[in-house]
Ligand binder design. Structure first.
Ligand code: SF4
Length: 290
């Protein structure tokens, strides 16, 4: 699904989050558009989102076990043709482990929710909100209703994290609550994460479903943060300067080899990143630009 056109420059919650986590990473990803290879966790996340989208798009009474098996098969057929799945270049053993990890996430889902009881308002809903000279916009994975009203929800296929370690995710969802307020004239009362990872460990429902109330202060905070980040990105584009933020997360950064904080040369990233992805595309039989 493509976002609609906009006359205003647009920031998504994930872009804002990337800039806050590291401005240099933002530059690699969104300004230099350095291509990267997908990883299994990322593709598994997309896959599980797709199965749940197919399942929950059905009328409540049709969300049966037979239906979810069919939806899993449909999504599997789609993903086997997708570039991101093919670029994982999984051998037979790793591919079997990949599908099993997806099934494990679905089992975790069933331990915390019976799909026929989910009160879904919309799935993959586009929302946006103008904030002066720019807008924020993005797709909400799942907009649901509970006894208190609207809730903006998302799934994470990682291991459950307690509320205090989920703040980045919840903050991203609060941007969507702000967009709902503008676009739907209804402010979600909460944001919610469904954690579906963690293997076979028996996490309780309270560990897997993390909910935070949306307050007026939280909405004002994300509004101001979006404005500040937009200003800093524009300033960085003009000056060419993007700060690095070295943390232990650098070990998982796709751009570390070109990062100046780690002795790399950022100007080499677009060419070398493209060459690395093109090589993998050739190896797995996908068309290449060259
Ligand atoms: S390696 Fe660390 S400092 Fe460098 S771009 Fe990535 S996250 Fe930022």
């Amino acid at each position: 699904m493509r976002p609609p056109q906009s006359k205003l420059p647009r920031l998504s919650p994930s872009r804002i989050n990337t800039f806050i986590s590291c401005p240099m990473k933002y530059r690699f990803q969104y300004i230099d558009s350095v291509p990267t290879l997908p990883n299994g966790a990322m593709v598994r996340g997309s896959f599980v989102h797709r199965v749940l989208e197919l399942l929950l798009a059905r009328p409540a009474q049709d969300r049966t076990l037979d239906a979810v098996r069919k939806d899993f098969e449909t999504a599997e057929g789609e993903f086997r043709l997708r570039d991101d799945f093919r670029l994982l270049a999984l051998d037979t053993t790793d591919e079997a482990a990949f599908w099993e990890s997806c099934r494990e996430c679905m089992r975790a889902y069933y331990r915390i929710e019976q799909p026929e009881t989910a009160d879904i308002v919309e799935l993959e809903k586009w929302v946006s909100a103008p904030l002066g000279e720019f807008e924020i916009g993005g797709f909400i994975d799942r907009l649901e209703r509970d006894d208190g009203g609207l809730v903006v929800s998302d799934y994470k296929t990682g291991t459950p994290k307690p509320l205090r370690f989920s703040t980045d995710y919840l903050r991203q969802l609060t941007y969507y609550a702000l967009m709902c307020e503008t676009q739907l004239n209804e402010t979600p009362h909460s944001v919610r994460i469904y954690y579906l990872g963690g293997g076979k460990d028996d996490h309780s429902r309270d560990e897997r479903v993390v909910t935070q109330t949306v307050t007026l202060d939280a909405l004002a905070d994300v509004r101001e943060t979006a404005r500040r980040v937009f200003g800093e990105i524009e300033a960085g584009k003009t000056s060419g300067e993007f700060a690095t933020n070295v943390t232990k997360l650098c070990g998982w950064c796709d751009y570390q080899q070109w990062c100046p904080a780690h002795g790399g040369d950022p100007t080499k990233a677009p060419i070398e990143g493209t060459a690395r992805v093109e090589l993998r595309r050739r190896e797995v039989g996908l068309p290449t630009a060259s």
